[in-house]
Design a protein around this ligand. Sequence first.
Ligand code: ACM
Ligand code: ZN
Length: 753
Amino acid sequence: MKRYPLIPTLLAICLVNLATAQTNLIPRPAALSLTQGTMDLQCPLSVRAGSEVDPALVELIRADLELTLSPSLQECMDPNELSLDLIRPDTLLPPEWYSLTVTTKHIALVAVDEAGLYRGSRTLAQLFEEGRTSTELPCMSITDSPRFPWRGMHLDASRHFWTVEFTKKYIDLLARYKMNSFHWHLTDDQGWRIEIKKHPKLTEVGAWRKGSQVGPYSRREYDSTTYGGFYTQDQIKEVVAYAKARYINVVPEIEMPGHALAALAAYPELGCTGGHYEVNKGWGVFEEVFCAGNDSTVHFLEDVLTEVMALFPSEIIHIGGDECPKESWKKCPKCQARMKAKGLKDEHELQSDFIQRIEAFVNSKGRKIIGWDEILEGGLAPNAAVMSWRGTEGGVAAAKQKHNVVMSPGSHCYFDHYQGDPANEPLAIGGYTTVQKVYSYEPIPTELNAEEAKYILGAQGNVWTEYILTPEHVEYMAVPRMLALAEVLWTPKAKRNEADFIHRLENEFPKLEAMKVNASKSLYQVSIRPKQGPKPGEIAVEMTLASGGSFSMTEMAPPYDESMAGLAVYSAPVIINSDRELHGWIQREGLTGPISKRRFLFNKATAQKITLSEPPNERYAEGGAFTLVDGITAGEKRVNTEWLGWRGSVTITVDLGSEQDVRTAGIGALNETYSWIHMPDQVEFSTSNDGKTFALQGSQKVKPGVGRRAFKFDVVAKTRYVRFTVKHPGKIPEGYPGAGNPAWMFLDEIEVR
Ligand code: ACM
Ligand code: ZN
């Protein structure tokens, strides 16, 4: 490489800053400096390598770069005007490390391992895409290596099934952003997706369900269309080989002992009761699990794992281990007999015993297991790694016990969660994890010292697909959040900068579009939030854009005819006192964001003075008391900002401002027992003209049904104050998830007419 020692330091610093501005690489390399000159990308490039580099890798890199480069031959002197040398020196450097030196005619890509050459070639491919628009690539020098050895993405192929073709497209995305682990969730209650030759009914029966849950969980509605699919062993090999060529390890997950219904439907004798079992139509956690007291169940799973290990070269095999209810084991004579014989004090120890038997088998074949953090309960298997999903505690506990850990906490790594204001997003399981939040993630928990931190291998983004039905929707949920995670895992912590990342991401969107990847632009979504207005009865609608900058808005009155909408640039909160719909969206050169919409409906209580006898629980208190009179009736997509949650009774009083004729009054409550949310025991409605003495107008007991239920009272009264006295249901009754714990009571919009 030529050197230019005379460049003054100041200029060099400018050039380094320029380098960041001029290259939109994701993930950002550890070190990049611009040198003098440019490479003319209109000329053809010859890729050269010595015999120490696998010819298949050379061919793959050549093919990929040709795709991005498309030179116009005529303008060049020599058909091999530009050259790229792939070099593997015989020196000691970290795995996946590479250096890339671009001069005017020549590129040297150096790495000690082929994975490093491949990662470097991804950098080069992105640089060529950049250069293609200007036809020039600035000369530069990069040295780069990953911060973490496990940079993963997961895909749930059970809840919904993805073709081999789409799975490869997903792997392409991992490859592009230098991720190196693909966690393939192949079995669950709703479908067994991998052919096992010794036990063919796993796919003949277990791969098919008689319908699927549709819509929000709270509705419990199902269609009756047979749904399913599975991968033949040849298809599995094809995907594994495709990933391997891109230096991506495929970690198969075979769920046990829970999430086993698809397998039990195929082989009922593997369960505690022998059936009847069916591949599940609905989402959730189910009591029917593999019997942990039956040796033949363990032998069956050993057969399965034997075939799995033959298909997947991965050193680590994922055995699930999460969400295994213990009810059927408590009632099962075989499970109880094993507990007695082995001196196991509870069912958690029985689960640990089960996992340890599986681990011993996997270890005997020279492989290791990883499991979700529940495998810590009842004692961790001796060599097991832990995937920490229920927060970071599991990861911390495992690292302190000197076990390897992959972090995947729901808070930052669950890409099935909402990524924008749920009011404007397709139905998701819940949560709220923006791309910025993912970018802020630090995989090393603060509780760990430097020695313990070494056990954190990295992190992984999870894409569970209960509510994801199409490949386009998978892409929407995964991208761009996986880009943020890729940078968290690759780039040195000190080099991470959110504003810089968001800027590079903006340049990445057109490329994703060209690759026909349906990336989410929720980052550019306008958030529309109601606040108490300056006077009672007025709402101040505040609109914000997380990515900053100006945006357009319209305000519409009924009948919400778009042609009547006035268009404006948002400048200040919009004050409204009657029914309105507001839209907001960003539009600037090359970038149109999604349109956010909010409709506000007024009744006599809307935006009036409201008081609570007890504040809501801090976990579900975001919008405060105003939430109950904010003009928005909480949707079925359960959103923290739309519902208030209590774990006790509450009295709610609204001052209507003056004496009013009232004919009906109501308040909404949510019944979602799966999430521990139960109906109030009783709601009383009373009225008053002085705000002190209240006259009882009616009382209602718990409403049957699921989802949002309104407690509605027909009254004829002239009143200034209205009051709802809402009685908490107490502890969750037996037979419901969370039995014995205090129930959540969720309330929302008050309606007075
Ligand atoms: C999980 O999300 N149940 C691992
Ligand atoms: Zn049993």
